[in-house]
Design a protein around this ligand. Structure first.
Ligand code: SAM
Ligand code: SF4
Length: 340
């Protein structure tokens, strides 16, 4: 039975009640990962999604096709967990490219194994990668991720650049007492290697619920650390729906970005919608409700019916994440299961 509100759906945009329209689809391909970043997962990992609840490659591609053909999706980013551990990734990318020749297709990854796959992903139609790397000191990397794999990440980054998956972006999270003094050296390294570095404020999305507002490194502190060694000036105004505030470094052309999701939220310009690996639509990273497309899909719903459900799912999108609100509740699912 379709939900009763469907009769009132007249538009096939993914619009919410606050005038925002989602055109950027984040697709989580798995909740599993081969690292254990302390701000994301506990050392022992998590209870992974049961295999039969995870969308098959065909199901993922069908939902993306519906998003592109019927709902105005213009960008698709694959994420996870770690999307490179999904066996069908190259095939999913190539079928996504077939579904949307003009789509912008990107991948957020820890880059383990990217050295082997970068060229195949490029050939399949991937445009760009974002690689997560919080330190270029081997010991710090191993301490944060609980795995001694920094060399694989660096090899993955180099392969991505060589394959033309650029501009290659590097995402870093600074953590108090671990790497909070390493911002400038990360930036110096990124500029020398030709990667676009962006710092992300730590968000309350860890499975362990260890995040504390008073402990996190805020954008202001990140910028102060960088400004001790570099001159920064705003590189663009306004930032629009792009979450990163960009700064020219020492007059440019190099830039550095800061994604201040907590202290300078950009919810008012959000154009994103998320699909979890088990086929649930989330209208926000911090949403407390999900809409089940997997069951509809497996029960034989038509493309039109699925599109209608997706439209309805957006209507409950809240105006903001409310992290600073005393009533804020962390979502039940951690970042790795939502798709970061
Ligand atoms: N495994 C891939 C990776 O690490 O890039 C993709 C998934 S990961 C959840 C996506 C991004 O979320 C990474 O850049 C990671 O640093 C970031 N992330 C994870 N937990 C976070 C948190 N609590 N706060 C801020 N960023 C977080
Ligand atoms: Fe894995 Fe990415 Fe989470 Fe690190 S941030 S544990 S690489 S999913």
């Amino acid at each position: 039975m379709p939900p009763p509100t469907l009769g009132r759906v007249t538009t096939r945009e993914l619009a919410d009640r606050y005038g925002r329209v989602a055109t950027d689809l984040r697709v989580s391909l798995t909740d599993r990962c081969n690292l254990r970043c302390s701000y994301c997962m506990p050392a022992e990992g998590l209870d992974w999604l049961p295999d039969d609840t995870v969308l098959t490659d065909d199901e993922v591609v069908r939902l993306i096709d519906i998003g592109v053909r019927l709902l105005g999706i213009r960008e698709v980013r694959f994420t996870g967990g770690e999307p490179l551990v999904r066996r069908g990734l190259v095939d999913i990318v190539s079928r996504t490219r077939a579904a949307g020749p003009d789509l912008e297709i990107s991948l957020t990854t820890n880059a383990l194994g990217l050295a082997r796959n970068a060229q195949a992903l490029k050939d399949a139609g991937l445009d760009r990668v974002n690689v997560s790397l919080d330190s270029i000191r081997r010991e710090t990397f191993a301490e944060i991720t609980r795995r001694d794999r920094m060399d694989d990440v660096l090899a993955g980054l180099a392969a991505a650049k060589a394959a033309g998956l650029g501009p290659v972006k590097v995402n870093a999270v600074l953590l108090r007492g671990l790497n909070d003094d390493q911002g400038p050296e990360l930036l110096r390294w990124a500029i020398a290697e030709g990667y676009d570095l962006r710092f992300i404020e730590q968000m309350p999305l860890d499975a362990q619920h260890h995040w504390r507002r008073t402990e996190m490194i805020v954008a202001e502190e990140i910028l102060a650390g960088l400004e001790a060694e570099f001159t920064l000036e705003p590189a663009r105004e306004p930032r629009g729906s792009a979450p990163a505030e960009l700064f020219l470094v020492d007059g440019g052309p190099a830039t550095v970005g800061v994604i201040a999701s907590v202290t300078r939220p950009f919810c008012g310009d959000c154009d994103r919608v998320r699909l979890t690996a088990d086929g649930q639509v989330r209208n926000c990273l911090f949403a407390r409700e999900e809409s089940d497309l997997r069951t509809a899909l497996r029960d034989g719903a038509t493309d039109e019916e699925i599109a209608d459900r997706w439209v309805v799912a957006m209507l409950g999108k809240r105006p903001g994440h409310g992290i600073d609100d005393p009533t804020f509740l962390q979502p039940d699912r951690p970042m790795s299961a939502i798709g970061g």
